[in-house]
Design a protein around this ligand. Structure first.
Ligand SMILES: *Cc1c(COP(=O)(O)O)cnc(C)c1O
Length: 225
């Protein structure tokens, strides 16, 4: 499914309005277009509207898209679960990884990031809803985990990411995003400014709670194949 530029601009407008309503600058919230299970043509079209950053979850699918779209110089963000045997390709192809939640994964990404590339931007994934099935470290583990990443020369730690379980009301959504925001503030490290939170279903609540990157898939592209 392919939307018009009007639809794209409508999403950008909703993001700006949510930021302004929260007393924030519209430029401080970035749209990451989540293109998993979407076609190369749909990505090309959105890039034609001016979208630069795209998020992918599945490495095999992402790899062929990134290679095919190389001439567009897009920025690619890995947002899926990352296994050790996949880190080498991720370290080579992506600009950002949002889902780092194991020391061993960070260690491998650092060792495997090509010297010719700039450091890999990473976010630490935090499990704010306490679901055992979900990825992410516990909020209480964040300070030690961040400290342990400090020696990695080829990684640039940018902030925190979360994908909370769906909540029924805006208030409940906002409350869970607020928890991630508080974890970041408590770190007292101004260079960690990224809060990657909010999807199609809840990005306005995430922005109200301080999100700086909203990861939007279906609201931008339509249903996934
Ligand atoms: C799929 C996915 C999204 C986007 O979800 P939509 O509901 O399509 O907006 C955002 N973040 C992560 C981690 C995802 O896996």
């Amino acid at each position: 499914m392919i939307y018009t530029i009007d639809h794209y601009e409508d999403i950008l407008r909703r993001i700006s309005c949510a930021a302004v309503a929260a007393g924030r600058n519209a430029q401080d919230v970035e749209l990451l277009a989540v293109s998993k299970h979407q076609s190369v043509n749909a990505i090309r079209q959105l890039a034609g509207y001016g979208q630069r950053s795209f998020g992918e979850n599945y490495l095999q699918e992402a790899e062929s898209k990134i290679i095919e779209l190389a001439e567009l110089s897009l920025q690619w963000h890995f947002i899926g679960q990352l296994q050790s045997n996949k880190t080498r390709v991720v370290a080579r192809l992506f600009d950002w990884v949002h889902s780092v939640d194991r020391f061993k994964i960070a260690q491998r990404l650092d060792a495997q990031r090509p010297e010719a590339a700039p450091p890999l931007n990473i976010c630490v994934e935090v499990n704010i809803s306490g679901e055992t099935s979900k990825g992410g470290i516990a909020p209480t583990e964040v300070p030690d985990f961040i400290a342990a990443l400090a020696s990695f020369r080829r990684l640039r730690v940018r902030g925190l990411m979360a994908l909370p379980s769906p909540a029924a009301t805006i208030t409940a959504q906002r409350r869970s995003f607020q928890r991630l925001s508080e974890v970041l503030v408590a770190l007292k490290q101004p260079q960690l400014s990224c809060l990657s939170m909010g999807t199609s279903a809840d990005f306005e609540a995430a922005i109200a709670a301080g999100s700086t990157v909203v990861r939007i898939g279906t609201a931008l592209f339509g249903p996934r194949d």
